[in-house]
Write a protein that binds this ligand. Structure first.
Ligand SMILES: [Zn+2]
Length: 201
C-alpha cells in the first residue's frame, strides 16, 4: 500500500464546520479534545471523512472531464444486486460504497499551528436570496495554519488509471489549489499539501 504523510497548510481562510455552536460562535470550525503532553487539550481538526469527501468529489470531476462514467449516487447504479466490484465505476472502486470497502483511508487532520478568527455571515433563502437568519459569526482557520495529513491507498498499482487521477489531485494539492470545506465559492478553503513522505510499504 501507498502511505502519504505530510502537512496541509491553509492558503485561504478555511472553514470545516460541525454545525453546532461553541463558545458563543454560531458556526464554528471543527475541534476535538485530544490528550497531548500537557494533558487534555482542545485542537482544531479536519475530520478524515470531510477530507475523503472532498477528494472523492474532485476525483469524480477529474474522471468525468476525461469522459469516464461515474455513477450518480442518487440512482445508485453501482450498488444494484448483481453488480460485481469490477463493474462498478472508478469512484466507487476507489472510495467505496454500501457494498464495497474504500481503498483510500484518510486520517483526521489535527491542527499543528492554527490561528482562527471569525467573520459575520448570513444565511440566505435558497430561492429568494433574502436573509433568513443572521447575521451570525462564522469561525475560520486563518491562512498559514497547518494540519497533519496522512492517507493510505491500498490494492492499487502506480499504473492504475485511478491512481493516475489521484496523482493529478495530489499535484493540485501540492500547488495549493485544492479546495475544502465551506464557502468555497467565495475563495475559502484552499489548502496546500506539503508531502513529507510518500512510500510503498
Ligand atoms: Zn459508482
Amino acid at each position: 500500500m501507498r502511505v502519504i504523510k505530510g502537512k496541509l497548510v491553509a492558503v485561504s481562510p478555511l472553514h470545516v464546520g460541525v454545525g453546532v455552536s461553541h463558545g458563543g460562535i454560531d458556526n464554528p470550525t471543527a475541534r476535538v479534545m485530544i490528550k497531548g503532553e500537557m494533558g487534555w487539550e482542545e485542537k482544531f481538526y479536519i475530520p478524515g471523512s470531510s477530507l475523503k469527501g472532498a477528494l472523492r468529489a474532485r476525483f469524480e470531476e477529474f474522471a468525468r472531464a476525461k469522459g469516464i462514467h461515474i455513477c450518480n449516487i442518487f440512482n445508485s447504479e453501482c450498488i444494484e444486486d448483481e453488480k460485481k466490484e469490477e463493474e462498478m465505476c472508478p469512484a466507487c472502486r476507489t472510495f467505496g460504497n454500501q457494498k464495497i470497502a474504500s481503498k483510500v483511508r484518510v486520517m483526521n487532520a489535527f491542527g499543528i499551528n492554527v490561528r482562527s478568527s471569525t467573520q459575520p455571515g448570513v444565511a440566505l433563502g435558497r430561492t429568494t436570496g433574502a436573509v433568513v437568519h443572521g447575521p451570525f459569526e462564522i469561525e475560520y482557520v486563518a491562512p498559514g495554519s497547518s494540519f497533519t495529513f496522512e492517507m493510505i491507498i491500498r490494492d492499487m498499482s502506480k499504473e492504475d488509471p485511478r491512481m493516475k487521477i489521484l496523482d493529478e489531485i495530489f499535484t493540485e494539492m501540492k500547488n495549493g489549489n485544492f479546495q475544502l470545506g465551506g464557502k468555497k465559492s467565495t475563495g475559502f478553503g484552499k489548502v496546500k499539501l506539503e508531502v513529507e513522505s510518500d512510500v510503498e510499504v
